[in-house]
Design a protein around this ligand. Structure first.
Ligand code: NDP
Length: 480
């Protein structure tokens, strides 16, 4: 049985206490490898390695760091197939999705920030000849990077690339459910010439491994992506040290469909926004609000489309949805489904396991599920399900849809589907979320800010925002 190791100081090392966790396949419910159950000692060793590598890395010229990051991107591209297979085996996501979205995006993250760092310039001001001011932007030190299981390499590299581009060194704690591609990245970083200790990976549980990283005084910056409840804990743990924090948290995102939407065109896109990656994307639209004039027609066509989606073996190119990532997540989704039914929700399609070959009989599969008739006051409208379950409700006027979309503790994203761009603009302005898509979904320009309002997060990353977050800004004032 394969045993992953921590990646510390450029070496693969066994966890100090010799303890390992089981990785269970979402397809078969069988153990497929073991990963370190890291302790405080492992985290401290990784932080020491990162501290030791800081001077060499931060003193490199931006162009040298940029060249190394571009080499990492090239190596990710060269190993795309192996990385994509590992990602799909870990998460249960279709191989085609890993090949076309997750792994190319991981390479792009490195390429984007390798370029961005060369184009960064700072402001200066002249105080009428009396003094001049200019800004110095410097790396913060050792960055703690904690990532979730749904887009493992995609989201981890979204943090590693800007942190390194800015001259920081890092200690990463990927999700215990999906450690494989982060482990594989270690060898690629060595091959690309990233100096030893610049990137360190400690595998294991959120608590203790992740929590030690957050609490350690030698880590002045934490970038976290994960659930809102964990984000709250991280804020509390980091508060005594006044650390720089970026929190990308959960979402309960509305999909608003206006009566003029071209249904034949938008339904496949709305189904994708609902169920891509098994509905396990923080940006998936799980609360679909349809203008009442087209509600009946939309429901019929949407349900028919959803029933045509293939659920099964992630390695099969026909598969649109694989299994849910773990038993814990599967049970959570099923229990929320029961709450929806109890609250009067009607299962219009899904809610059951698909018929699959014997090899997958114990896997965590669920048909994409659409629930109608759920009352306004059901907690399901407020809760992030993070699985293949969406609700359908109707509204009369645009302002009602906005009110309903905003009636949530979360504020990550929303999508609006209409031919009337004036109306779309008005709705977008009124939604209290970090990102609004109009007639599209999940289109990301890496130059644009990304993050959540309300309980969906703290701060923004992306483009300039990432470079700001991963640096300390210093103003120098010179009397003339
Ligand atoms: P979790 O919050 O459970 O875990 C995220 C990471 O934090 C994991 O590495 C986890 O480790 C670690 N962790 C858990 N507890 C602690 C702790 N006390 N201290 C430090 N680290 C800890 O989220 P999930 O992995 O379940 O991911 C799903 C969530 O992520 C959803 O809510 C989703 O919306 C959100 N998300 C948000 C995104 C955004 O950009 N806003 C993007 C993608 C996902 P371990 O796995 O071992 O528990």
């Amino acid at each position: 049985m394969e045993q992953l190791k921590n990646f510390i100081g450029g070496e693969f090392v066994a966890p100090n206490e010799g303890k390992y966790l089981d990785k269970i396949s979402p397809m078969t419910a069988q153990k497929i490898y073991e990963l370190p159950d890291s302790s405080e000692v492992d985290v401290v060793l990784a932080i020491k390695a990162a501290q030791g590598a800081f001077s060499e890395w931060s003193e490199k010229k931006a162009v040298e760091r940029s060249q190394i990051l571009n080499r990492v991107a090239d190596l990710i591209d060269q190993h795309r197939e192996a990385l994509a297979r590992a990602e799909s085996e870990d998460v249960g996501k279709p191989l085609d999705l890993s090949r076309t979205l997750d792994i190319p995006r991981a390479a792009l993250n490195f390429r984007f920030f390798a370029s961005a760092i060369l184009h960064k310039h700072e402001m200066a001001s002249d105080m009428d000849g009396e003094a001049i001011n200019y800004v110095l932007r410097q790396p913060v030190g050792v960055a703690g990077l904690i990532s979730p299981w749904n887009l493992p390499l995609y989201l981890l590299t979204w943090k590693i690339a800007p942190a390194l581009a800015c001259g920081n060194t890092v200690v990463c704690k990927p999700s215990e459910w999906t450690s494989k591609t982060a482990f594989m990245l270690g060898s690629l970083l060595n091959e690309a010439g990233v100096p030893k200790g610049v990137v360190n990976m400690v595998f294991g549980k959120g608590d203790p491994a992740g929590a030690y990283l957050v609490k350690h005084p030698g880590v002045p910056l934490i970038s976290f992506t994960g659930g809102t409840a964990t984000g709250e804990k991280i804020q509390t743990l980091a508060a005594p040290y006044v650390k720089k924090l970026s929190l990308e948290l959960g979402g309960k995102n509305a999909t608003i469909v206006m009566k003029d939407a071209d249904l034949a065109k938008v339904i496949p896109q709305i189904a994708r926004a609902s169920f891509l990656n098994q509905g396990e994307i923080c940006l998936c639209g799980s609360k679909i609000l349809v203008q009442e004039d087209i509600y009946k027609e939309f429901t019929e066509q949407f349900v028919k489309h959803v029933e045509s989606l293939v659920v099964g073996d992630p390695m099969d190119s026909k598969t649109f949805m694989g299994p849910i990532v773990s038993k814990t997540q599967y049970d959570k989704v099923l229990s929320l489904l029961e709450v929806a039914k109890k609250d009067g929700g009607k299962v219009l399609t899904g809610g059951v396991r698909p018929e699959l070959p014997a090899a997958f009989k114990d896997g965590y599969f669920l048909r994409p599920t659409v629930i109608g008739d759920l009352t306004n006051c059901s907690e399901i409208h407020q809760t992030e399900i993070f699985g293949p379950v969406v609700t359908l409700n109707s509204f009369k006027y645009a302002h009602e849809a906005v009110k309903w979309a905003n009636n949530s503790p979360y504020g990550l994203s929303a999508s609006v589907w209409t031919k009337n761009l004036n109306q779309a603009h008005k709705i977008a302005a009124d939604l209290r979320v970090g990102t609004v898509w109009v007639n599209t979904w999940l289109k990301r320009d890496l130059r644009m800010p990304f993050g959540g309002a309300k309980a969906s997060g703290l701060g923004r990353e992306g483009g300039e925002h990432s470079l700001d977050f991963f640096t300390e800004t210093k103003t120098v004032c010179i009397q003339l």
